[in-house]
Design a protein around this ligand. Structure first.
Ligand SMILES: *[C@@H]1O[C@H](CO)[C@@H](O)[C@H](O)[C@H]1NC(C)=O
Ligand SMILES: *[C@@H]1O[C@H](CO)[C@@H](O)[C@H](O)[C@H]1NC(C)=O
Ligand SMILES: *[C@@H]1O[C@H](CO)[C@@H](O)[C@H](O)[C@H]1NC(C)=O
Length: 271
């Protein structure tokens, strides 16, 4: 058989030098708010490499995956959205309920979280897939206790973690450790960056090291069929305060100018 047919079938991907592509939906981005959140759709338009975005304030802008806040009013908004005329495909549930960074305290106990989420799980709509709460410390007992309290593990389509490690091998090890514990559903990584709790800003890792981390973690994520989405943190620079986790991983700076990371992000090949 000639080579013509397979080449035609495979199209671009067989042409020498053509880039491999990340699988559909894998590459996504986080915007840190709430300040300037009205600008997130415009910022997202500079990130054609990403499929979806999230932020911490509930919203249903195009391509946004909504997240519920840790209170009753937010749960009510989510119930309205999933039962409304345009229900979102996915809904992220509680964000880091186990740890308040300013007080060091638990925001919602597993018991309180299970009480709070119950009305939503009882009126889930017909379309939206729910993503499990994401603890700040993914290996803490919060999630185990939450599932025990609410008896609602089956209500979730995927687990969810946040990972910050200065080197990619440590990041992979943490993700693997979580997956070893919770391996019966796919995983979403809804925050990741090469910052970590030991190296403080303003001495962030150099940009080229961050680019390498980003390319490696997406390539690795692509190779694991149980990892469905990875949200790079962050699309926008945080200018209101210092966040050690993301001090050199923003795609747009405070003046909306691309950083050295934007172009590599838009051209990730996951290979
Ligand atoms: C849990 O709920 C109880 C009863 O409403 C409330 O008193 C308590 O402050 C809540 N605590 C947390 C951490 O969720
Ligand atoms: C934090 O980052 C530094 C510099 O990249 C690295 O040497 C160290 O191993 C990292 N620590 C953790 C816990 O990832
Ligand atoms: C980043 O650039 C510095 C200075 O040019 C170089 O020493 C270092 O090896 C580079 N690191 C990576 C990961 O490419």
């Amino acid at each position: 058989m000639s080579l013509v047919l397979p080449l035609a079938i495979c199209g671009m991907s067989t042409i020498e030098g053509a880039m491999a592509a990340c699988s559909d939906g894998l590459v996504n981005v986080v915007f840190n708010g709430p300040s300037n959140s009205a600008q997130f759709p415009q910022k997202f338009s500079q990130m054609p490499g990403a499929s979806n975005w999230l932020t911490f304030k509930f919203g249903t802008e195009p391509k946004q995956i909504p997240m519920i806040g840790n209170d009753r009013a937010a749960v009510k908004k989510a119930i309205d959205a999933v039962n409304g005329p345009n229900p979102p495909d996915y809904l992220l549930t509680f964000n880091e309920p186990d740890h308040d960074y300013t007080t060091g305290k638990v925001i919602l106990t597993p018991h309180n979280a299970s009480v709070l989420i119950k009305p939503l799980l009882e009126s889930p709509g017909k379309h939206t897939k729910f993503i499990a709460p994401v603890p700040a410390a993914q290996m803490s007992s919060w999630l185990d206790n939450f599932f025990k309290e609410c008896q609602c593990k089956d209500s979730f389509a995927a687990y969810n973690v946040h990972i910050y490690r200065g080197n990619v091998e440590d990041a992979k090890a943490e993700i693997n450790a979580f997956h070893d514990k919770f391996n019966d559903k796919p995983l979403w990584i809804t925050e990741i960056g090469p910052g970590n709790r030991t190296t403080a800003c303003p001495n962030p890792p150099p940009w080229n090291q961050t680019i390498k981390f980003m390319q490696e973690i997406y390539a690795w994520g692509q190779s694991k069929e149980w990892i469905h989405k990875i949200f790079w943190n962050t699309g926008n620079q945080i200018t209101s305060h210092v966040d050690n986790n993301v001090c050199n991983s923003y795609l747009l700076d405070g003046n909306d100018k691309p950083t050295p990371l934007l172009n590599p992000f838009n051209h990730l090949t996951c290979s």
